[in-house]
Design a protein around this ligand. Structure first.
Ligand code: NIG
Ligand code: FE
Length: 391
């Protein structure tokens, strides 16, 4: 039998189980304890009622919450785009074309370099409290380069997304139809075995609605499930397409019509907001308040990538979402944990109630609200993943 551990003396425990504690969406339990058995949560409740265990950890009157579920990142890349960022901060606008710089560097990198870079950023995210990671291909854009990116990704996370349709590969820039044929044909065949999800950047300068529909439909036929980069830089068909195809998530959602908001609110497609991208491209913020008030499910993620959002920090995204996107601290913490899980159609992460994976973040603070109240401060004092203390 695996050994059991109680983490006790937790001032504020976010469970995301509304049947617990204050019965809010966060299921907040005061003076709480969590019992871990093997890789799972076995018990959650008030400290005074905790069952006997083999080991005991004293949280010292601090806050514990589920590990963050970062449902959107692009970590299979090489190179750096400092110059592009610098130029943007001097007034140059962001466009999809910058992706080409990273494609060239990524193609030139060895497998070992790609893997070392991925594991570096995954470790960086773990130190900041992230315990579930989604990551995408999309900087290879050839059959060989896309499939090797996914093979490397699959060694480190089970949430792997095929994004061959990030932009049209530079060598086929004059023949986008030929690139769509490649992505839906040979490239998809080579990539599908290594991925769970298929994604398309549906945007001016990338893929239009018809191309995106063709690509996602082909992916579905190969057993992949869709998610879409939608309505990031302009209004477009991405969100409606996401709902039409029952995508798990429409990501970015910065430029939405009332019809887009309504479609999301009446679907199970999650609106994943990525404020690191608006920060790094100095763009207008997505309106989380409007989505939540309409009844949509909102997730918050980093979009970590070298071009538009080079942050692996979910706490940073929570702070931005609270300050600039109309979210309350409770909503932002829910969106970065349970919301991310919903965007990945997972019910075994993003909550701390019996049966869930024992993925926990201990903050050096008395409340989860400090994630927004103390922006930029490294508050993560402990991280357990699958019941094992990592930080
Ligand atoms: O999510 N929008 C498309 N893809 C990334 C940007 C990638 C890049 O600029 O390298 C994003 O923002
Ligand atoms: Fe992205």
């Amino acid at each position: 039998m695996s050994s059991s551990t109680v983490i006790t003396n937790i001032a504020a425990l976010v469970t995301n189980d509304p049947s617990l504690g204050d019965h809010s969406p966060l299921g907040l339990v005061r003076d709480a304890a969590v019992v871990i058995e093997g890789d799972r949560v076995a018990w959650t409740g008030e400290s005074s009622k905790a069952p006997a265990t083999d080991n005991r950890v004293d949280a010292g009157g601090r806050a514990v919450l589920p590990g963050f579920v970062d449902s959107h990142s692009h970590l299979l890349f090489a190179g750096d785009r400092t110059e592009e960022f610098n130029a943007r901060m001097s007034g140059r606008p962001y466009s999809a074309g910058g992706i080409r710089t990273t494609v060239a560097a990524t193609r030139a990198a060895s497998d070992a370099e790609l893997e070392a870079s991925l594991t570096r950023y995954l470790a960086e995210a773990l130190r900041q409290g992230t315990t579930t990671f989604e990551t995408k291909s999309g900087y290879g854009l050839t059959t060989a380069d896309e499939s090797r990116a996914l093979r490397v990704a699959a060694r480190h996370t089970d949430e792997v997304t095929f994004l061959g349709a990030h932009i049209v590969a530079p060598e086929l820039a004059d023949d986008p139809a030929a690139y769509v044929d490649l992505v839906t044909g040979e490239m998809l065949d080579a990539c599908a075995p290594h991925a769970r999800w298929i994604d398309v950047f549906c945007e001016q300068g990338a893929f239009d609605g018809d191309q995106a529909r063709a690509i996602l439909t082909a992916g579905k036929a190969k057993g992949l499930h869709p998610r879409i980069h939608a309505n990031q830089l302009s209004h477009g068909p991405g969100v409606q397409l996401a709902v039409e195809l029952d995508a798990a998530s429409a990501d970015h959602c910065t430029h939405l019509t009332d019809a887009d908001v309504d479609a999301l609110a009446h679907s199970r497609t999650v609106a994943t907001l990525l404020p690191g991208a608006e920060f790094s491209t100095r763009a207008r913020w997505p309106d989380a308040r409007r989505l939540i008030d309409a009844g949509a499910t909102v997730a918050l993620s980093t979009d970590c990538n070298p071009g538009s959002s080079f942050t692996s920090s979910v706490p940073f995204c929570i702070a931005l979402a609270v300050r600039d996107m109309g979210m309350t601290p409770d909503e932002a913490v829910w969106s970065a944990t349970a919301g991310g899980a919903a965007a990945l159609r997972r019910d075994d992460v993003g909550r701390l109630s019996p049966g869930a994976y024992a993925d926990l973040t201990l903050l050096d603070a008395p409340s989860h609200v400090h994630l927004a109240y103390r922006p930029g401060v490294p508050l993560v004092a402990g991280v357990w993943r699958r019941g094992v203390r990592k930080v």
